[in-house]
Design a protein around this ligand. Sequence first.
Ligand code: NAD
Length: 285
Amino acid sequence: MTNIIDGRQLAKKLNLQTKRRVECLAKRKIQPGIALILVGDDPASLIYTRNKHRRTTKLGIHSVLKRFPATVDQATVMATIKQYNHDESIDAIIVQEPLPSHLDGQAITNAIRPDKDVDGLHPLNLGKLYGNQTGHYPIACTPRGIMTMLDHYRVNPAGMNAVIVGRSILVGKPLAALLTNADATVSVANRYTKNLPALTRQADLLVVAAGSPHLIKKSAVKPGAVVIDVGINRLPSGKLTGDVDFDNVKDIAKLITPVPGGVGQMTIATLMQQTVDLAEWRHNG
Ligand code: NAD
């Protein structure tokens, strides 16, 4: 049996479930809706946003792609969010990062209605996650997708030594909360961590989200570890690669995700899943 996690296959399965849920809602005359807000014309952001728009539409979700020039002012973006906050046809709002430096990204995140915050970055939703609260609230899609992946491959984090490389609010921090809540012993590394390989070698579960191609070599991985590579890096050759030296690490890992075909697929599928969650939660009360 292969030790390579098939993110594509799992995402396909999740999308199928999401599609069925959209069909069920349609019988109740409900169509989940997402507003995707893109500022500027950063080529990678444009591709990500268009992909999200295309895939949501394919699953039967109402999708609105709102584009602004890079020069847009704060008040215009805030007014648009306010409009979607009140729009009955919109259940989920997402603002593509990175934003131009003249915009206050924190104020923009905080302006999104928490029950439409499909990225799970609103302080109220982050607080609930850190508090390990029960009930419904959105969680950042990449970490949630990783938890779905682990669950599917029967990896129970309880009692595991988990090391996360990268402490961003989008990946490292919410994942640290999810794994802590699942009773793993969690360490979170950043670019100032001393002797990173000594830390990562202790990991039963190693998640790497640093944005640094091939940062993690075979000698930095414990044999039998589960290795989740979140990084997406484009090499000068145009090839996409992760943060882990996949070709060598795969020989000693118990399970490992490839790039592409791993976490990235799950992130988008989880975004679709969570959009439908938000619609169901809003309509079911
Ligand atoms: P970020 O730049 O916000 O954060 C990177 C983190 O990694 C920081 O905390 C930094 O201190 C740490 N770091 C960087 N170099 C390091 C090093 N040498 N040693 C230890 N720590 C180091 O990035 P992000 O938004 O979290 O994204 C990280 C990577 O994951 C990027 O490649 C991004 O494209 C990718 N990403 C992929 C998905 C997906 O769906 N697969 C989703 C989000 C981000």
